[in-house]
Design a protein around this ligand. Structure first.
Ligand SMILES: NC(=O)c1ccc[n+]([C@@H]2O[C@H](COP(=O)([O-])OP(=O)(O)OC[C@H]3O[C@@H](n4cnc5c(N)ncnc54)[C@H](O)[C@@H]3O)[C@@H](O)[C@H]2O)c1
Length: 266
């Protein structure tokens, strides 16, 4: 999938799925803005890309802050002239029984996971709407959101607030796809399952405590729930994002594609 000449930005790209997405886009020749709340993590991924011969620059971007998104979009456009691919990947989670969830947990999950996608997409879309179509395509830009299996399957224990935030991402993906289609901008999402990242490590410990089992038993539950029979790797997700970023998917918009080894098939 040749992405040479394309300009991409990834949020929450300092580790986990976002890091894998940034590396995958760069490996196909895209110039990548590696953004994260943690600037040191962003810089380490950007330098990893440069060491491999790719082109990357790191920015601190808190997706809950419009001013951050505007500053980063402006900096990318000053540097590379445009933004072809914007990946809203940053996300967080906490776990609790529904009846014990606090307002703070609700606000934190909704703010980062849903409002973050809204704010960053709005800022990125405004840039895409005023730029010329990409070379060799009739599209001006592509927005790709990291939703979740929990964006389609509400039966996810201890994650009611996270489920709500990810259903919002899937809904927003469809709504934005409809409104941005006349401007030749596509909007799609990926819905990962049980991915081996720092987020999963934290969730395994919380869930073990809430269920009264061992962390290893929780990991086994995740594997048992996955027909393809293993935990998902960040690269499993990045491969599908690469497809959505490439010309091969130019006529797909408003989709939320499951990437979960069969754990949820709807
Ligand atoms: N790990 C899974 O099993 C799984 C499954 C489905 C979906 N997801 C989604 O995938 C995305 C990435 O998750 P991950 O597993 O790689 O998580 P992770 O915790 O390993 O990495 C998340 C990254 O996002 C950054 N981040 C956190 N808050 C931020 C903010 N306000 N602004 C900008 N960056 C911020 C963190 O610094 C970190 O680098 C999230 O949207 C998550 O909800 C993960």
């Amino acid at each position: 999938m040749d992405l040479r000449g394309r300009v991409a930005a990834v949020t929450g790209a300092g580790t986990g799925i976002g890091r894998a997405i940034a590396l995958a886009l760069a490996s196909e020749g895209a110039r990548v803005a590696v953004t994260d709340l943690n600037p040191d993590w962003a810089e380490s991924v950007a330098s990893e890309i440069r060491q491999k011969g790719g082109e990357a620059v790191a920015y601190r971007l808190d997706v809950t802050r419009r001013a951050d998104a505007e500053a980063v979009v402006q900096a990318i456009v000053e540097r590379w002239g445009r933004i072809d691919i914007w990946c809203n990947n940053a996300g967080i989670s906490t776990m609790n029984r529904f009846w014990e969830l606090t307002e703070e947990e609700w606000d934190f999950n909704i703010n980062v996971n849903a409002k973050g996608v809204f704010l960053c997409s709005q800022v990125a879309a405004k840039q895409m709407m005023r730029q010329e179509p990409m070379e060799g395509s009739d599209l001006r830009g592509k927005i790709i959101n990291t939703a979740s299996m929990a964006g389609k399957r509400g039966n996810a224990p201890f994650l009611a607030h996270y489920v709500a935030s990810k259903f919002a991402v899937v809904g927003l993906t469809q709504a934005m796809a409809g409104e941005l289609a006349p401007y030749r901008i596509t909007v799609n999402a990926v819905c990962p399952g049980y991915v081996r990242t720092g987020m999963q490590e934290r969730e395994v410990l919380w869930e073990a405590k809430l269920r009264g089992v061992t962390p290893e038993e929780v990991r086994q539950l995740y594997i048992n729930d996955t027909p393809l029979g293993r935990l998902e790797e960040p690269e499993d997700v990045a491969g599908v994002v690469l497809f959505l970023a490439s010309p091969a998917s130019d006529f797909i918009t408003g989709e939320a594609i499951n990437v979960n080894g069969g754990a949820w098939m709807d």
